[in-house]
Ligand binder design. Structure first.
Ligand code: PLP
Length: 432
């Protein structure tokens, strides 16, 4: 069956194949190379995107449940954002604006922490949050969870080896010795967390409240409050990276689950497709920065960048938060995700498979729900490839490297039902 789907894919997409074969000028062709890895050789090249739909250069249209791996959670080119950026293109002043004040206040309403700064990516938001945590605590290390992903931040591209931290395989240029910079423990393993924090050298725990980059791994009951309690007890700051878990609701998991982090980082979706990242700190953290630096907050160096908070990104963020990814939109997207979850659950009844939902985001897994990164990493590549190609060949686009389906405000009930029907048909074909 997988071979049949591969053949269909190749036969359908001659222009994409030619584009891929002839492109010799790009190092790695990032990020398209990883799209449709399952096809074995080449990704579909896209040339149009609007709302929840994309079109490839061979003229096929897809309902997009990948949505730029959440970058397009607001839908592609949402109209309010297109309007807002029109008179902001090319406007780079390195000066504040009323829009930035509005976005900061709105992020505070949503994520609780009170003072915000901007970057251009979530990677940079994390890097700068880590710098602040190190400065305040005067500690050298950070702690992350195994199989987390926080962007290409040096200290986080690590893995848990038998004797501690190792460079993550396949990543170029790891920190010289990641054991010097980073402690790693399994998600949901409180004993290991306490052991590692008790060394007293960890500036911050950088975490997603639920893992999302290895499928969705939900926190066990009581895990997140215990992380908060342990970090407080050991003088370690807690950073919630909500870049993906933003799917949980208008204020991510922080608000949905009433969490109490010291710092929140985010990026991707909040400017409706325009590059942005943001990091917010509590007033207490801000006071500690001031106490350390003895300076005005705006004079703190070592964080920030020329285009951070540029007028274009900020106008796009305001339009996205004010008009697109609203509280109502999240309620709608979550209802759609629940509908999909219900349909998939019905199709896999009696099979040892599972589906997990985090607000507007779902993830099906050819195994039982995972409890940590290690168990989540166990997968059947052929099964994953078969489902991906089955969907792709019939007009449904999913995240290539895991089985995520994300809803945006433009996704319709019909889109969800199409995906559910295709999923059900693929399961039937496979199981006879
Ligand atoms: N944080 C999380 C949780 C992510 O999943 C990602 C990217 O997938 C990032 C941060 C980094 O985002 P970006 O690549 O846009 O910098």
């Amino acid at each position: 069956l997988l071979e049949r789907e591969r053949r269909n894919y190749e036969a359908r997409l001659p222009r994409s194949r030619a584009a891929y074969d002839s492109a010799g000028s790009l190092l790695g062709r990032v990020p398209m190379t990883w799209m449709n890895k399952a096809a074995g050789r080449f990704p579909a090249y896209l040339d149009e995107a609007r709302g929840a739909r994309v079109r490839d250069i061979d003229g096929f249209e897809y309902v997009d449940f990948c949505l730029g791996d959440t970058g397009a959670m607001a839908g592609h080119s949402p109209e309010p954002v297109m309007r807002a950026v029109r008179n902001r293109l090319g406007f780079t002043a390195m000066l504040p604006s009323e829009d930035a004040e509005w976005v900061g206040a709105e992020l505070t309403r949503r994520f609780k922490v009170g003072l915000w700064s901007f970057s251009l990516t979530a990677t940079d938001a994390n890097r700068w949050a880590i710098r602040l945590a190190r400065q305040i605590t005067r500690r050298p290390k950070i702690l992350v969870f195994n199989y987390c992903y926080h962007g290409t931040v040096d200290e986080t591209v690590v893995t848990l080896g038998p004797d501690g931290t190792l460079p993550r395989p396949g990543n170029v240029g790891p920190p010289v010795d990641p054991a010097e910079t980073t402690r790693v423990v399994e998600f949901n393993d409180l004993e290991a967390l306490e052991r590692e924090l008790s060394h007293g050298d960890v500036a911050c725990v950088l975490m997603e409240p639920a893992l999302t980059n290895i499928g969705i791994v939900l926190p066990a009951p009581g895990f997140l409050p215990a992380v908060r309690e342990l970090t407080r007890r050991h003088g370690t700051l807690l950073i919630n990276d909500e870049t993906h878990t933003f799917s949980a609701g208008p204020g991510g998991c922080t608000r949905a689950w009433d969490l109490d982090p010291d710092i929140v980082t985010i990026g991707k979706a909040i400017a409706g497709g325009v590059p942005i990242g943001a990091y917010g700190v509590t007033r207490e953290v801000a006071d500690r920065i001031l106490a350390e630096e003895g300076a005005d907050l705006v004079d703190v160096g070592g964080v920030g960048g020329t285009l951070a908070g540029n007028a274009l990104s900020i106008a796009a963020a305001r339009a996205t938060l004010e008009e697109v990814l609203t509280d109502d939109a999240f309620a709608y997207m979550t209802t759609l995700a629940s509908r999909f979850t219900g349909g998939v659950a019905k199709a896999i009844e009696g099979l040892p498979w599972s589906i997990t939902q985090l607000g507007a985001r779902t993830e099906y897994r050819f195994g039982t729900p995972a409890n940590g990164g290690e168990s989540a990493a166990l997968s059947d590549d052929d099964l994953d490839d078969y489902f991906h190609l089955f969907m792709h060949n019939r007009g449904v686009l999913m995240t290539p490297f895991h089985n995520m389906a994300l809803m945006c405000p433009s996704t319709t009930t019909e889109d969800v039902d199409l995906h559910t029907e295709l999923f059900t048909a693929a399961v039937r074909e496979l199981t006879g």
